[in-house]
Design a protein around this ligand. Structure first.
Ligand code: AMP
Length: 215
């Protein structure tokens, strides 16, 4: 199944995408993760993206769309994928339609993670990620069993630079109108399902499974 997760930063879509993709046996493709990995490897893509990630701005569409197309052409995405963090702009949504046409695929489900913004600021400020494997935690809602240490790989948990409160507020501002535009676009196509993301991890997971029809 070809699925897109839409939503502002901090709605928990990355955590849910990781788990659901694992259960469905399809890749979780998160554009933010691809950029962070490229930056840590010092690749050409990383050099192009770094200044935007540091400031919470969007990486230009021409860089992002080409990268997504390449990723979706890889073999592991042939039987489906969860795209997380893309599209984020209307031109990206149009580019994705074109990529899907070219690959003879269709987007089947668009899941919109909805939550009030004041909740998102709190969530992002409390988020910690593993510096080794990228697993995500929250100091209150989803803490690791041992403080500061990743349950999955034992790596050190850190706060992302762009999860500092000031950058978080800026990121929400950058993404707000664009996300709404995408919600309207996919709603008109009858593909959109809204998930109330301001709930516990388990409750959100339940809504999500209903939305994708997974047992
Ligand atoms: P995320 O991990 O999804 O919060 O993304 C972190 C950062 O990566 C964003 O603040 C942007 O700088 C960049 N980014 C991720 N996805 C996109 C996208 N679809 N378009 C442009 N920039 C993106």
């Amino acid at each position: 199944m070809n699925i897109v997760f839409l939503g502002l930063p901090g709605t928990g879509k990355g955590t849910q995408a990781e788990e659901l993709a694992g259960e469905m046996g399809i890749p979780h493709i998160a554009t933010g993760d691809i950029f962070r990995q490229a930056i840590s490897q010092g690749s050409e893509l990383g050099k192009k993206a770094k200044q935007y990630l540091d400031s919470g701005e969007l990486v230009p569409d021409e860089v992002t769309c080409g990268m997504v197309k390449e990723r979706l052409m890889q073999e592991d995405a042939a039987s489906g994928f969860i795209l997380d963090g893309f599209p984020r702009t209307f031109p990206q949504a149009e580019a994705l339609d074109q990529i899907m046409d070219e690959l003879d695929k269709e987007l089947e489900k668009i899941i919109f993670f909805s939550a009030p913004e004041q909740v998102l600021v709190k969530r992002l400020a409390g988020r910690r990620v593993c510096s080794e494997c990228g697993a995500t935690y929250h100091i209150e809602h989803n803490p690791p069993s041992q403080e500061g240490i990743c349950d999955k790989c034992g790596g050190k948990l850190i706060q992302r630079e762009d999860d500092q409160e000031e950058t978080v507020i800026h990121r929400l501002k950058v993404n707000r109108d664009k996300t709404q535009q995408l919600v309207d676009y996919y709603r008109k196509q009858g593909k959109l399902t809204t998930v109330e993301a301001d709930r516990s991890l388990e409750e959100v997971k339940k809504q999500l499974k209903e939305a994708v029809g997974s047992p």
